[in-house]
Ligand binder design. Structure first.
Ligand code: NDP
Length: 594
């Protein structure tokens, strides 16, 4: 069916019918924690465990998380000559998502020249337009070396708790290595999508073959590596569960390595053109100082629906937003038409590439383009034409059951040796789930208690009762397609602020209740059309699997949806306003110690 076949009303009815197929009563509760299924889930497959003595120390700033957020926070603090810092992460190195996600085919779908931070500062230019994961991981290490962060990092270390000491005006960070780190400020940069989830498929624990989640790839079983053919799969039947951004990248690699690949689909992905290309010498040589910031800002303006004179990045994202700057808004007739045209092109691409008509029909997505994260790939669809690849479409229902040796859909067993779960990550969970530890602020009150009625923050960054605690979080915070840009903005904002705290002898900061409430009203005021947009979407993590209810606590967990550029401007205006509006400030007296 093409765009001309359906009127806007018919199209919406089709979208609604497809959505209906996927709604389920358990909503977001359908998923399971990997630890319930795999005993050794959280064992780091990449770096051997090393013993060390506990660290007992005082620092100015403790940073929890060594992914791009923590890395950028540390680098920007070093730039501000704040060198008494400690970065803590359970991983064995810097990199965060790029440390853990080493699955074959892993790559970033944001253009490398704007995603990889500090390119000009480190003198590095990515080798291609869309970086593969190993290049990004190596770049994180390059940044850490350049800013002398390795001696300041504690890896393979999990934070177990944070406690505010009112006497000393410091946080005590305790860890599973018995460290006791006393920090004047703490930055929580624990990541956004990093707690893996598994589908709650009956029988999932019964499977006797090998199975793992995409973010803990078992190369010992598959052979090969992120850039090498998985040579141990040639005689294996493999199931891949999921068709999200991860599955789209990993599927062609499995298809070329496995004897047989079954890919189990619940909702088809919308897969646009990738058109990756090597970085040309001519392009590199034409770059003028300041080029990276210019490109980063240009992209963020475009995807925030702002006008620009020129598209400096030219990728699938800018194409979507330049065609329809209000793509994330309420779907009026005009926008529906634009969206219909984009989605029709995506479906046409399926018809052009897929040889088998039944497979082609099943691979066509029917929803507004931004209901699911758009994917861009040039090998995913062609791989379905291989004789060893079978698409098992579950008509929106998901896998029915897993047995000792097979994946079952609609009563049919597909015997396999290995199951790969590309089933995604938790979104919007509580800090206890996402960070894995509790924090106790003033009066020993835990964040769980303080936020019983839902979160309360200024800019998503500061929270009353938790002085000197800075959060890089989606909860009432800024969201972005180029997440690395948002994290760097937060890092620069924080470094700017902490430099001032140190220079001005500021001992404690926390937001007023009024400022928090005013910020929540701003978040709410900007949620309107987006909430309505997602409410009509096919289920996904963006709308609580279709069951998001407008209860006040859930509303309080929302990100600021007024656009990435607006959020950045709000932070800039706040800095420029002077006097740190909305913060209560306690100054240090010269005879204070600590
Ligand atoms: P997703 O949550 O996007 O995908 C999970 C997949 O598992 C979905 O296709 C889902 O189906 C499917 N699934 C869940 N339960 C079942 C079930 N019972 N039976 C069958 N299928 C099931 O996770 P990803 O890891 O793919 O991506 C997560 C996010 O990570 C992305 O949205 C993106 O933000 C980020 N990412 C970014 C990349 C980048 O290039 N920058 C690359 C990869 C990931 P359904 O759709 O029906 O829910």
């Amino acid at each position: 069916m093409g765009i001309t076949d359906l009127s806007p009303a018919e199209l919406q009815a089709k979208y609604a019918a497809e959505r209906e197929k996927r709604l389920r009563p358990d909503g977001a509760a359908q998923y399971r924690e990997p630890e319930e299924v795999f005993d050794d889930f959280d064992r780091d497959p990449y770096v051997a465990w090393t013993a060390r003595d506990p660290v007992v120390e005082q620092v100015e700033v403790a940073i929890i998380g060594a992914g791009i957020g923590g890395l950028m926070a540390a680098a920007r603090l070093m730039e501000q000559n704040i060198t008494s810092i400690r970065v803590i992460d359970k991983a064995g190195d810097f990199g965060g998502t790029w440390y853990w996600n080493r699955y074959p085919g892993a790559a970033c779908d944001v253009v490398s020249y704007i995603y990889l931070p500090l390119l000009e500062e480190t003198g590095y230019v990515p080798v291609e337009k869309y970086s593969k994961a190993p290049e990004i991981f190596a770049h994180c290490q390059r940044i850490a070396r350049k800013f002398e962060l390795y001696p300041r990092a504690l890896f393979q270390t999990e934070v177990e708790g944070l406690a505010w000491n009112e006497e000393t005006g410091r946080w005590l960070v305790s860890t599973d290595r018995d460290d006791a780190i006393s920090a004047r400020f703490v930055i929580l940069a624990g990541g956004l999508l990093h707690r893996a989830k598994l589908p709650g498929i009956p029988g999932i624990k019964d499977f006797k073959g090998r199975s793992f989640h995409s973010c803990r790839w078992d190369y010992a079983y598959t052979g090969g590596g992120p850039a090498q053919m998985m040579d141990k799969l040639h005689n294996k039947r493999v199931a891949l569960i999921g068709t999200g951004a991860t599955a789209v990248q990993v599927m062609p690699k499995l298809a070329e390595a496995a004897e047989q690949l079954f890919i189990f689909q619940r909702t088809p992905a919308g897969v646009g053109v990738r058109a990756n290309q090597p970085t040309s010498d001519a392009w590199k040589q034409a770059l003028k100082p300041g080029w990276q910031r210019e490109q980063i800002e240009n992209f963020t303006r475009i995807v925030s629906g702002k006008r620009v004179e020129q598209d400096l990045v030219q990728d699938g994202w800018t194409e979507i937003f330049l065609k329809n700057p209000a793509v994330w808004g309420l779907m009026n007739e005009e926008q529906l038409k634009l969206d219909a045209a984009n989605m029709a092109a995506i479906r046409r691409r399926v018809d052009e590439i897929i040889a088998d008509p039944k497979t082609a029909e099943a691979l066509k997505p029917w929803y507004n383009q931004l209901c699911k994260r758009p994917c861009f790939h040039d090998e995913f669809l062609p791989a379905f034409n291989r004789p060893n690849v079978t698409l098992v479409d579950t008509a929106g229902k998901g896998v029915e059951r897993i047995s000792e040796d097979a994946v079952v859909v609609d009563g049919v067993s597909y015997p396999v040796d290995c199951i790969v779960y590309a089933s995604g990550f938790e979104v919007g969970s509580s800090h206890l789930r996402l960070l894995g530890f509790e924090m106790h602020g003033k009066g020993g009150v835990s964040l769980t208690e303080a936020w019983e009625q839902g979160p309360s923050t200024l800019h998503g960054i500061f929270a009353r009762g938790f002085p000197n605690l800075i959060r890089f979080s989606l909860v009432q915070g800024g969201q972005a397609i180029n997440v690395a840009h948002m994290l760097d903005e937060l890092a620069q904002h924080t470094a700017w602020f902490l430099r001032r705290c140190l220079d001005e002898n500021i001992a404690e900061v926390e937001p007023t209740r009024d400022a928090e409430e005013a910020w929540f009203q701003t978040v709410l005021a900007n949620a309107g059309s987006l909430g309505a947009f997602y409410a009509q979407c096919t289920p996904s993590y963006a709308n609580g699997e279709g069951s998001r209810v407008a209860n006040p606590s859930a509303m309080r967990r929302m990100a600021f949806m007024g656009g990435t550029q607006e959020f950045i401007d709000i932070l800039r205006d706040w800095r420029e306003a002077g006097g740190y509006p909305g913060l209560e400030i306690k100054y240090r007296h010269n005879n204070d110690n600590g």
